[in-house]
Write a protein that binds this ligand. Sequence first.
Ligand SMILES: [Fe+2]
Length: 189
Amino acid sequence: MTKEDALKILGELGNSKNMANHGKAAGFAMAALFDYFKSKGQKFELSKEDWEIVGLLHDADYEKTNKSLELHTEETTKLLNQINANQIIINAIRGHCDKSPRDTLIAKSIYAVDELTGLIVACALVQPDKKLNSVTVESVLRKFKDKSFAAGANRDQIKTCETELSIPLEEFILITLKSMQEKSEDLGL
Ligand SMILES: [Fe+2]
């Protein structure tokens, strides 16, 4: 499947602009993580585009299913099965909300990075100019430790970057932040 197919699914499921932007941010971060792992000599069954697709689609039916944790990812799974998408992609998407074991690097990556992209957006929105480019790794780290800030962003989940991906938190923030800053215009931030 291609990114075009993924964007079609996002459209079919009727995502709001905010939700589509969340998917885009996760997609950029996943593509950057692919590059990171590749630079470490990791071999992949899937392509960089596939990694971006998992980010793009991980929450594709979140609004359609009225944020029901029980139904979340089921609609997306149906549409992905219709186009015979790779099962590793489907499992990674289902894995981020505990519908499938997170037993691949791609599944562990979307699980850890999902909440971080949300935290970074929240960090941008409290900047005087509300711009992603004003956000620094230090400011994200500070907000990470302040549990009352963007309390919905699950810190334990983000922290699995260290236990499951062997990426120190600070470096994980750097990779993710940079990937989003490079596409800040696409994200409208
Ligand atoms: Fe998400």
